[in-house]
Design a protein around this ligand. Structure first.
Ligand code: HEM
Length: 458
């Protein structure tokens, strides 16, 4: 089998480059070796990176027959557990996906629109005029509260507060560019006590697990059929043999939704705030559209209209194009010999659709490093040219929630505050766990509160 070209440095060094400077790694490989290229990011087979929309279409449209994906995600096992949707393949994956999808359907999402605006109001009311704050921390607070309510139906009380704080601490402990290495190198996953990095992570995870199991236990004892949160739906779901999910399966799916559902959306929102305040023209157009739209956080119909605003949608699309939070799709592992882009790959070869490089193709996105929402108003991109949520049978199940949340949080913030960037230093993308995020820091400041158009009850 002849593999596409790729770096010849020792795998350890390739992995180190990928961890410490993911975009530099992707760009240098793509410039030197073209599309596709191969890279050794671990002891296993080299991974094939592709950014050709035709080849991505072939993968996404033959996904379940030709590929496994779950077994390529072992790196996430310590966080998500063995039964997580992201780690499953074949029939088990299909079955779990069928159980999880309905609560994330677009129509269903609309029931969360007011909640999203209320939570945004709550969190941003802590901002002080003239005092720089961390956009990341605020956005993460919003998305975590949204997901805790949508998934657990939890919105107050001791368990909610504890989960909120523990989840943030636990994720921060494996998220900085340096501590992300904990996930990539098994050798670092050693418990040397509560002060060692891995030991600390394990203890925090144990505490989170305890809270989740307590919540499951309590729900089993006090069955309430009127509840519509995702945990309740999962608890009442049964497989073909009439078996409900056991506690460990439930825990793993909940953890998956909690982690996949708030980290990603928080990074996307932080980027959106950055771009809107970095580019005065973008901000002016967006504000003009919002001011004319009759945004009203208490009226679900008006919020549906806000979520359809063309320029607001384009700003969110461009945000996820220029620095996609997920730089890569989940790796697809060929189940049988596979011909793609003139190469023949043997079974077991991992292939990823490189979302970042596809979104930076000159032929699709001229001047790809410029943030220009208009490109989404001027033409339509296919699902293989623009793919921030992946595709095929593994396409992100939280897509509708994430898109709606991005638009409503932005609309709420812009209607309530004037904000500005602190200083002129551009905000650079950095690795955060397995994702790409804006660097942290207090680089945003509220300069003035805008007169409220409509009161929001919290
Ligand atoms: C801006 C926010 C988000 C981005 C950019 C994003 C991106 C992605 C991507 C690229 C994938 C892999 C798809 C593939 O390989 O084809 C994925 C999978 C997934 N996402 Fe998201 N996601 C976001 C928000 C969410 C939310 C809000 C949830 C749930 C509450 C969620 C839950 C999941 C799950 C469970 C999977 C695995 C699907 C499977 O394996 O079948 N994501 N996401």
């Amino acid at each position: 089998m002849r593999l596409p070209d790729g770096p010849q440095t020792p795998p350890f060094l390739q992995l180190l480059h990928w961890i410490s400077n993911p975009l530099g790694f992707l760009e240098s490989c793509s410039q030197r070796y073209g599309d596709p290229f191969s890279a050794h990011l671990g002891p296993l087979d080299p991974i094939i990176f592709i950014s050709d929309p035709g080849a991505i279409r072939e993968i996404f449209t033959t996904d379940s027959e030709q590929f496994d994906a779950g077994k390529g995600n072992g790196i996430l096992q310590p966080l998500l557990g063995d039964h997580s949707l992201i780690l499953l393949d074949g029939d088990r994956h299909q079955r779990q996906r069928r159980l999880l999808m309905p609560p994330f359907h677009g129509d269903r999402m609309r029931t969360y629109s007011q909640l999203i605006c209320q939570i945004t109001e709550q969190v941003t009311s802590q901002w002080q005029i003239g005092k720089p704050f961390s956009a990341r921390t605020s956005m993460q607070e919003i998305t975590l509260r949204v997901i805790l309510q949508a998934v657990f139906g939890l919105h107050e009380g001791q368990r909610y507060e504890q989960l909120r704080q523990l989840m943030s601490t636990m994720l921060n402990s494996v998220s900085s560019p340096l501590s992300s290495s904990l996930l990539f190198f098994r050798a670092l996953q050693r418990d040397f006590g509560a002060w060692s990095p891995w030991g600390r992570f394990l203890r925090q995870r144990h505490q989170v697990d305890q809270l989740i199991y307590e919540e499951i236990q309590e729900r089993r004892q006090q069955l309430d059929l009127s509840r519509t949160d995702i945990l309740s739906l999962l608890m009442s779901a049964q497989d073909e043999a009439g078996q409900p999910m056991n506690d460990v399966e439930l825990r793993d799916e909940l953890m998956t939704l909690l982690i996949a559902g708030h980290e990603t959306t928080a990074s996307a929102l932080t980027w959106a705030l950055y771009w809107v305040h970095q580019l005065p023209d973008v901000q002016a157009k967006l504000r003009a559209e919002l001011d004319q739209s009759g945004y009203d956080p208490q009226n679900p119909a008006a919020l549906s209209a806000t979520a359809r605003l063309p320029y607001l949608s384009a700003v969110c699309q461009e945000t996820l194009r220029i620095y996609p939070v997920a730089m890569l799709s989940l790796p697809r592992i060929a189940k049988s010999p596979l011909q793609l882009m003139g190469y023949e790959f043997s079974p077991g070869t991992p292939i990823v659709a490189c979302i970042y490089l596809t979104h930076h193709r000159q032929d699709l996105y001229p001047q790809p490093d410029q943030f220009r929402p208009e490109r989404f108003l001027e033409r339509q991109f296919s699902a293989y040219e623009y793919l921030p949520f992946g595709g095929g049978v593994r396409r992100c199940i939280g897509l509708a929630l994430a898109q709606m949340e991005m638009k409503l949080v932005l609309a709420t913030i812009l209607s309530r505050y004037e904000l500005a960037l602190v200083g002129k230093r551009p905000v650079r993308p950095v690795r955060r766990g397995v994702t790409l995020a804006p660097r942290s820091g207090n680089w945003l400041v509220a300069t003035q509160q805008r007169p409220q158009q409509a009161a929001v009850s919290v």
